[in-house]
Design a protein around this ligand. Structure first.
Ligand SMILES: [Zn+2]
Length: 290
């Protein structure tokens, strides 16, 4: 019949055969040997990427880092002493599946929470350091993130140490509701005391730094540095556009845009971070850090 001429003919069998041929001809590559750049789609040999501080050698895209990799890269070898690792997260609102999510994040990052805190040396200068981990529940800020940072800042104040915080966060953690929002004020209050002692606080914004973290300690640094092309913002682009009924510029909420507007002091490539922060410490610490 004429109708049959136009009916869609399914040919899954053929497609399946092609796929199975491709599969058989593929070399047996062990997983984890290659990485794909999410910016330019280049395939990069994992060891090359690692040697290049997890920065794409084709387009200079800075890959997200796990907190322990960042610490290893940034501080003097074997100088890091972790603090407050024992603090564990509870489920204050009995949020469904929260424990399972925490467990998965823990296995994924080896971190006990979305921030790793401690004391270490940068070219021999002792610093208090907090590094957020966006692989741990999107680096969201819950009670333990707030508590670890607050204790770290208080220690830096008592021991008269400069403080460095690497931020990477999707914002406040919804599973902890108001308890998570309270951390913004708690951390900020501790930072004010650190500042009253005339001590230096440097923040280094990395992709992505958003929500309550941007609205508090990320933007409270005496000096605010950022990695190139980092996404930095409070609310998402769509929410703002729908609220103000205007189309936002293309580069809105990038480190480069914020540098131009004066919110960021300097954009520093990952390979230059150690040298740059050390220079800042020396300038601000005078003889104390020599
Ligand atoms: Zn790339």
């Amino acid at each position: 019949m004429l109708k049959d001429l136009f009916s869609k003919k399914k040919s899954y069998g053929t497609i399946k055969n092609i796929n199975s041929d491709v599969k058989e001809s593929q070399p047996n590559i062990p997983s984890g040997m290659w990485d794909k750049c999410e910016n330019c789609n280049s395939i990069i040999y994992h060891e090359d990427l690692k040697q290049n501080n997890y920065v794409c050698n084709k387009c200079n895209h800075h890959f997200k880092l796990r907190a322990y990799d960042r610490i290893k890269m940034f501080l003097d070898e074997d100088s890091f002493q972790e603090l407050y690792k024992e603090l564990s997260t509870k489920n204050p609102l009995d949020f469904k599946d929260y424990e399972e999510k925490l467990d998965k994040a823990h296995k994924n990052t080896e971190s006990s929470e979305a921030v790793v805190t401690g004391i270490g040396n940068l070219n021999g200068v002792k610093v208090a350091i907090g590094v957020m981990d966006s692989y741990f529940m999107m680096g969201s800020m819950g009670t333990v993130v707030g508590e670890k940072l607050t204790r770290l800042i208080e220690k830096a104040t008592t021991d008269k140490l400069p403080l460095i915080i690497f931020t990477a966060s999707g914002g406040a953690r919804m599973q902890e509701g108001i308890f998570s929002l309270m951390q913004m004020a708690k951390v900020s209050a501790a930072l004010a005391k650190h500042s009253d002692e005339g001590l230096l606080y440097i923040t280094i914004l990395t992709y992505p730094t958003t929500g309550g973290v941007t609205a508090s300690f990320a933007m409270e640094g005496d000096i605010i540095l950022s990695e190139p092309k980092a996404l930095i913002g409070f609310a998402g682009r769509r929410v703002i556009e729908n609220t103000i009924k205007q189309i936002l510029p293309e580069d809105f909420q990038t480190a480069e845009f914020l540098l131009e507007k004066g919110f960021v002091d300097k954009i520093v490539e990952r390979k230059d971070l150690r040298t740059c922060v050390y220079k800042i410490l020396k300038i601000h610490g005078g003889k104390r850090y020599e």
